[in-house]
Ligand binder design. Structure first.
Ligand code: ADP
Length: 166
């Protein structure tokens, strides 16, 4: 069984992430979306919210069958090994992603040679899109409908209302 891990912060999940999820899931028997909890940067959405958004998005797109969502902390390679994954999936938007992603992939490969990183190049319409752009627009009450799956739009606005920034 071919298993891949798609790790990320997903703060919040965007249409760019969804595009990678759909494309990557076609290549494997099981895709495990790993939602990071131990990052040094502070997230706006709690890990429970980020996981719940992803569940909603999978449900809305009928993708629940071979995709699992799990939160994790610690080393990505350990998470991948625990799931018997052969691949780590990452997305590449622009050259700005390249240095960091190459370093990460090579380090992981040195640590666990049997796990390879596979890159998906972003679709043109999402090449500019990041969770931080979405957060910035939402924090000013701007329109995020073109950037995140419809089923999470209201929850993103609600969060910013709750933290008092809109
Ligand atoms: P991280 O904080 O690890 O970069 P993200 O949740 O921001 O986590 O992203 C997870 C992965 O998805 C990364 O490989 C990132 O390059 C990729 N990604 C994010 N946005 C897009 C996009 N618009 N198109 C393609 N890949 C993307």
């Amino acid at each position: 069984m071919k298993i891949a891990i798609y790790p990320g912060t997903f703060d919040p999940v965007t249409l760019g992430h969804l595009d990678i999820i759909i494309r990557a899931s076609k290549l494997v028997d099981q895709l495990v979306i790993g939602v990071l909890t131990n990052i040094s940067k502070k997230t706006v959405f709690t890990v429970e919210e980020r996981v719940q958004f992803l569940h909603r998005v999978l449900k809305e797109n009928n993708l629940e069958g071979k995709i699992k969502i799990e939160s994790f902390n610690g080393l990505l390679v350990d998470f991948a090994k625990a799931h018997n994954a052969s691949f780590i999936v990452r997305g590449l938007r622009a050259v700005t992603d390249f240095d960091y992603e190459l370093q990460l992939a090579q380090t992981n490969h040195v640590m666990v040679p049997e796990i390879d990183t596979v890159f998906f190049t972003t679709r043109l319409e999402y090449s500019y899109l990041s969770s931080s752009t979405v957060r910035e627009i939402a924090s000013f009450g701007g329109d995020i409908k073109q950037f995140v799956p419809e089923c999470i739009v209201q929850s993103v606005y609600d969060k910013y209302k709750a933290i008092g920034s809109v």
